[in-house]
Write a protein that binds this ligand. Structure first.
Ligand code: SAM
Length: 236
């Protein structure tokens, strides 16, 4: 049996009771980084064998699959949030499904859902792009294509590239494109920045160093256009 287990994205109190129960009762925990996962497990007083999986290393995936095929109950975790969401894990899940192993996915923390829920943007559809390609041209094409679907677009971005990405959004979609930045969600310095792409690029561009983890939400422009679009949205 394979359980997909989300873990906190910054605040250890965000682990669910069920996640703890699965981690306590599983035979082994499959993780991205054994040291990071051991810290999490020891915080909750759980002592468990951990196996590292690396999707680029067939042998590590095969070893995890062997453990499952031998009848072990395994919990799959990533370094933070929900495994397989801009994180490794999906190959193992797919191989487990193909091998006839039962898979159960637990609900829990994920930065994309947390950011959208606090953004106050839409209760309906959105397009999640995860991490964008490093090449500006490719990233711009993806952003434009996703935005053309008329839904908010959600991006994961590193602090080192957040200003460049805001500039790219301004250049691709227009300087006035509304953006919400959710920074350090669930942590002590959680912060929400709202403005146009150009305003936020200028604001963050003034800092010597931008720090923290970001979810970036590219909103639709307000008013009439939006009302028309929302006619098909059952949540409005
Ligand atoms: N699997 C995770 C999930 O379910 O959200 C995502 C892991 S991905 C490797 C890490 C990215 O998620 C970060 O670069 C950032 O964009 C976003 N992220 C994770 N934790 C966050 C937090 N506390 N605040 C804001 N963004 C966060």
């Amino acid at each position: 049996m394979l359980y997909v287990v989300p873990t906190p994205i910054g605040n250890l109190q965000d682990i669910t009771l069920r996640a703890l129960e699965v981690l306590k009762t599983a035979d082994a925990v499959l993780c991205e980084d054994t040291r990071r996962t051991q810290i999490l497990l020891s915080h909750f007083g759980i002592s468990k064998p951990t196996y590292r999986y690396n999707e680029n290393d067939e042998r590590s995936v095969a070893r995890c699959l062997e453990a499952l095929q031998s009848g072990k109950t395994c919990a799959l975790v990533s370094d933070c949030g929900t495994p397989c969401i801009s994180d490794p894990g999906w190959k193992l899940v797919r191989q487990a499904v193909e091998a006839g192993i039962k898979v159960s996915s637990l609900p829990g923390p994920s930065a994309v859902a947390c950011a959208l829920a606090g953004a106050g943007i839409t209760g309906g559809a959105f397009t999640f792009l995860g991490f964008l390609p490093r090449k500006a041209g490719k990233a711009a094409k993806l952003i434009a294509a996703a935005y053309a679907l008329h839904h908010p677009v959600v991006i994961y971005e590193s602090p080192y590239r957040v200003v460049k990405m805001l500039q790219l959004i301004a250049a691709t979609l227009g300087a006035d494109t509304p953006v919400v930045l959710a920074r350090e969600l669930s942590k002590v310095y959680e912060q929400w920045l709202r403005g146009t792409a150009a305003e936020l690029a200028a604001e963050l561009g003034k800092k010597n160093k931008v720090q923290g983890e970001f979810v970036m939400i590219i909103d639709r422009p307000a008013a009439p256009e939006r009302e028309e679009e929302n006619e098909t949205d059952p949540y409005f």
